[in-house]
Design a binder for this molecule. Sequence first.
Ligand code: ZN
Length: 133
Amino acid sequence: MKRGKAIVLFSGGVDSTLALAWAIRSGYQPTVLEFDYEGRPEAEKRAAHTILRRLGSPPHVRLTLGASLRPDGETGGYLASQLPLHGMTAADRRRLAEELGAPVDLAWSCWKDGDRPCGRCEKCKERARSAPT
Ligand SMILES: [Zn+2]
């Protein structure tokens, strides 16, 4: 079902990967909006790039923010005025990821950079608690 255009804020993290896969599956024509900021992990940028290719390379706008910024929550997950993941439990999100074939395994959540997540920062702990992978 065609539902028109949508803007999906996308970070390369688990929630925004799920939101983007959901938007595509739901029939939206998403334009991906990605924010770059000083200190953003290279691994997150690489993950974002890989995930976008995997999801068919939707139109993509990357904005660079001048100020240093550490997001205090997942940057993405919001779709236009919709919050597709709002109120979902970890089990719901796992099910949705499976159903959509969303490549959440490629997502990067860690605040640090490197070849693998540190496993100790708040984002890693949160992912271990609640994310599909
Ligand atoms: Zn971490």
